[in-house]
Design a protein around this ligand. Structure first.
Ligand code: FRU
Length: 538
């Protein structure tokens, strides 16, 4: 294998070895954050799935404890798949998860901590009355999984949804319960949408219409909107909508600001899937976790001995205009910042680039603000591009000269730029307004072959003519490029595997391939330290 061990991440969540996928049951309980995740204890490919378990007091340093749930009973003997945690009244956490039973049916199970006085909640018990919910009454038994965190209604009943499909119609099947034990299927789904295929890992939660503060999952009423997210098995992307939840009717209706389907809003326009949020009562915020798969070959995954990471946890809240969410890495991540550099007011002339020196950038956090002085040369925008930013960036990548942009960063670059991943903006003119595209172009990221390296992109909802400034933050971590455009309005995570730009041979550049000069008003960069990353038992 031509795999270089230096490509392993330094501060992204990862076990020491083997395969991981979905984050499961994240929660905050008695001063400790818990993250469970889908894990293969035997290898670097999907299979033998258990709920691995890690604990942390700061979301940054992690201690691995023993897997919480593994196949032992007829109701989960063929798999312990994704699910969520709910904190019941009296501060009692429970887990709901999908078990694959002896008949290979997907059923929903419950598990309780064995000993609430163990600060790490290491042992979990599955009561004999499992499975809690079965695929009966016409439900497709192989498309019935990933229960959400439950929420409590004003009528004294708990609710949860389970991802499913009917033909090509994605469905969030709703169940209700008074005692959290006997669950009754509601007549109508909470929400469905045609043509999407299976809805994996649904997530449903309230957001405040005003401010960054998070809401506990059962919040409802004045000043509250709801967010509904699904992961689409067919396309391997997620989308979410912002809308209104009517608890009497138990129906969720998207506002329509973004479409309900694969062209809708995404948390992340890159390699990001099966995400889940939880309410952090300590920080009074809602935190999002998502899984980033490898983009490397399975052969290389096997020789590495590991595959998959969780992205940096992000605080998530509703944007001021109420049409989309905003995400930002939890502030705790800043405790890893070490050596810093800063550059101010530098013109990046048309067609030029320069190197940012003074820190190592294989493992770094970089924040930059660009000032677009003139929009005169912006390229015309073809309206047919508006539902396909990724396709647009595929034809107008980092090398394709433009009017205003592409300008941005070359990260994980080799000294002579033979290898580099371009993260950039490009501004178009559309009648009376401007359209800003954010893009992650890994097409020149590596000399290695067999890599999956599509160009990822999303639009950024910013009034560039009025603001003139646009910001970019990129968390660089050896084989991870996790970027936040315009303070977290548009996010893109990408996995890249350079062959030259590795370890101390990694460089960072600022570039401008547009006809118009750009001012870089500020750049701050920090080397990132290594947290404790799952060096306990597992
Ligand atoms: C999503 C998913 C879930 C399932 C789990 C199995 O990545 O397919 O729908 O519960 O992974 O590992």
């Amino acid at each position: 294998s031509n795999y270089d061990p230096k490509l392993r991440t330094g501060y992204h969540f990862q076990p020491p070895k083997h395969w991981i996928n979905d984050p499961n049951g994240p929660m905050y309980y008695n001063g400790v954050y818990h993250l469970f995740y889908q894990y293969n204890p035997k290898g670097a490919v999907w299979g033998n799935i258990v709920w691995a378990h890690s604990v942390s007091t700061d979301l940054i340093n992690w201690l691995a404890v023993e897997p919480a749930i593994h196949p032992t009973e007829p109701f989960d003997i063929n798999g312990c798949w994704s699910g969520s945690a709910t904190i019941l009244p009296g501060n009692r956490p429970v887990i709901l998860y999908t078990g694959v039973d002896t008949l290979s049916r997907q059923v929903q199970n419950i598990a309780f901590p064995k000993n609430l006085s163990d600060p790490y909640l290491r042992k979990w018990v599955k009561p004999k009355y499992n499975p809690l919910i079965q695929p009966v009454g016409g439900i497709n038994a192989s498309s019935f999984r990933d229960p959400t965190t439950a929420w409590y209604g004003r009528d004294g009943r708990w609710r949860l949804v389970i991802g499913s499909k009917r033909g090509m119609r994605g469905e969030a099947i709703l169940y209700r319960s008074r005692d959290f034990k006997r669950w009754v299927k509601a007549k109508h789904a909470l929400h469905t949408a045609g043509g999407t295929g299976m809805w994996e890992c649904p997530d449903f939660y309230p957001v405040s219409i005003d401010g960054k503060q998070g809401l506990d999952t059962s919040e409802y009423g004045e000043g509250v909107k709801h967010v509904f997210k699904v992961s689409l098995d067919l396309t391997r992307y997620e989308y979410y909508t912002v809308g209104t939840y009517d608890q009497e009717k138990d129906q969720y209706v998207p506002d329509g600001a973004s479409p309900d389907g694969n062209t809708g809003l995404r948390y992340d326009y890159g390699n990001f899937y099966a995400s889940k949020t939880f309410y952090d009562a300590a920080g009074k915020r809602r935190i999002l976790w998502g899984w980033a798969n490898e983009s490397d070959s399975v052969t290389d995954d096997n020789s590495k001995g590991w595959a998959g990471i969780q992205v940096i946890p992000r605080a998530v809240w509703l944007d001021k205009e109420g049409k989309q969410l905003v995400q930002w890495p939890v502030e705790e991540i800043e405790t890893l910042r070490g050596k810093q550099i800063q550059i101010k007011h530098k013109i990046v002339k048309s067609g030029k680039f320069f190197e940012v020196k003074g820190i190592q950038t294989a493992q770094a956090d970089v924040e930059v603000i660009f000032d677009v002085k003139s929009l005169e040369k912006a390229e015309p925008f073809d309206p047919s591009w508006s539902t396909n930013p990724q396709g647009l960036c595929g034809i107008k990548g980092g090398e394709v000269k433009g009017g205003v942009g592409p300008f941005g960063l070359f990260v994980l670059a080799s000294s002579k730029l033979e290898e580099r991943t371009a993260v950039f903006f490009r501004v178009f003119r559309s009648d009376d307004k401007h359209v800003v595209l954010m893009c992650n172009d890994p097409t020149r990221s590596s000399y290695k072959s067999n890599l999956y390296k599509p160009t990822f992109a999303g639009f950024v909802d910013v009034d560039i003519a009025k603001n003139s400034k646009i910001s970019l933050r990129t968390l660089i971590d050896h084989s991870v490029v996790e970027s936040f455009g315009e303070n977290g309005k548009t996010c893109i995570t990408s996995r890249v595997y350079p062959s030259l730009a590795v370890g101390s041979n990694v460089h960072l550049f600022v570039f401008n391939n547009g006809a118009e000069d750009i001012e870089m008003s500020q750049l701050k960069g920090w080397e990132m330290k290594n947290p404790r990353m799952n060096d306990g038992e597992i």
